[in-house]
Design a protein around this ligand. Structure first.
Ligand SMILES: *[C@@H]1O[C@H](CO)[C@@H](O)[C@H](O)[C@H]1NC(C)=O
Ligand SMILES: *[C@@H]1O[C@H](CO)[C@@H](O)[C@H](O)[C@H]1NC(C)=O
Ligand SMILES: *[C@@H]1O[C@H](CO)[C@@H](O)[C@H](O)[C@H]1NC(C)=O
Ligand SMILES: *[C@@H]1O[C@H](CO)[C@@H](O)[C@H](O)[C@H]1NC(C)=O
Ligand SMILES: *[C@@H]1O[C@H](CO)[C@@H](O)[C@H](O)[C@H]1NC(C)=O
Ligand SMILES: *[C@@H]1O[C@H](CO)[C@@H](O)[C@H](O)[C@H]1NC(C)=O
Length: 232
């Protein structure tokens, strides 16, 4: 059965990023769409995915120790000695590869993990060590593709607001604590700045209050300088 009239129409803009069309048009006498599942881009940025809430959906999620939701640009660090030699990358967005690997230039790299209290964090530079009881990046996360014909993007997304990425995502990550029957991702007041919003995953010890449940973390193809930063 063809349901083309219900499928959102996407325009591929000149710069190659799919975007929602202003209106859904029904086009008769067109060959049927061949839908397939998207694949995870090799390098990607992340946004908050919340189907029914246009104020949260599409908010950028930026690394820098913890992950802050709704921040226009990445929080990064580059040592002055590297700066003086002109060696600091000039990316502005947090970019990840594969299974949530944070792309940074620092020798030895950095690693994403879920802290005991549920805070999603990136290890300090030169370190892959995570606190006892924290979940390493390879535990608990699942990426689910959107169909190439139905990748959701919200028409209400404020395109001119730099805190949002309104492009159509390829899919989304979800989290489930591997050893307990709890999971989910949340936008909560930030631990060290009540004015900011921070990404948490539900762990057994998660006890943040005033949070909004997310449907996941949407992924968007990253095409900026790579790696974008020296360290998060
Ligand atoms: C992501 O962007 C790169 C560079 O523009 C492109 O080659 C690649 O096909 C894109 N990947 C996806 C999954 O769209
Ligand atoms: C984010 O980065 C862009 C590009 O460098 C810059 O123009 C803009 O002012 C930055 N925004 C904020 C809020 O820092
Ligand atoms: C980063 O540097 C490259 C190469 O010098 C330049 O082309 C690009 O515009 C710069 N990007 C930003 C965001 O400053
Ligand atoms: C597409 O992805 C969904 C969700 O992961 C999965 O259930 C479905 O089997 C996939 N379809 C194909 C054709 O791979
Ligand atoms: C939070 O916002 C209030 C009101 O705008 C401001 O007075 C306060 O300094 C902010 N706090 C932080 C930590 O930024
Ligand atoms: C959450 O748990 C931490 C660590 O166990 C505890 O210090 C804190 O008081 C708890 N907060 C709430 C709101 O229950």
């Amino acid at each position: 059965m063809l349901v083309t009239s219900l499928v959102p129409v996407f325009l591929v803009l000149a710069h190659g990023i799919p975007s929602c069309a202003a209106a859904v048009t029904h086009v008769a006498n067109r060959p049927s769409r061949h839908c397939s599942n998207n694949t995870l881009p090799s390098q990607y940025t992340i946004t908050a995915y919340k189907k029914d809430d246009a104020t949260i959906n599409g908010l950028k999620v930026q690394g820098g120790g913890a992950f802050i939701i709704g921040q226009a640009n990445v929080s990064s660090y580059c040592p002055s000695v590297v700066q003086e030699s002109g060696g600091c990358p000039n990316g502005t967005q947090t970019a990840l590869a594969g299974s949530l690997y944070p792309l940074s230039l620092v020798p030895g790299g950095q690693e994403l993990y879920v802290d005991v209290n549920g805070a999603v964090r990136i290890t300090v530079q030169h370190s892959h060590s995570i606190p006892p009881g924290a979940y390493p990046y390879y535990l608990g996360w699942t990426w689910t593709p959107f169909s190439s014909c139905a990748s959701p993007c919200s028409r209400e997304c404020p395109r001119d607001d730099p805190r949002y990425d309104c492009g159509a995502p390829e899919g989304y990550w979800t989290f489930k604590s591997p050893d307990e029957d709890v999971g989910g991702l949340y936008a909560c007041p930030a631990e060290y700045n009540a004015n900011a919003t921070q990404l948490f995953a539900r762990t057994p010890a998660f006890n943040q209050t005033g949070c909004a449940a997310l449907d996941g973390l949407a992924t968007h193809n990253y095409t900026g300088p790579s790696p974008p930063v020296w360290a998060y």
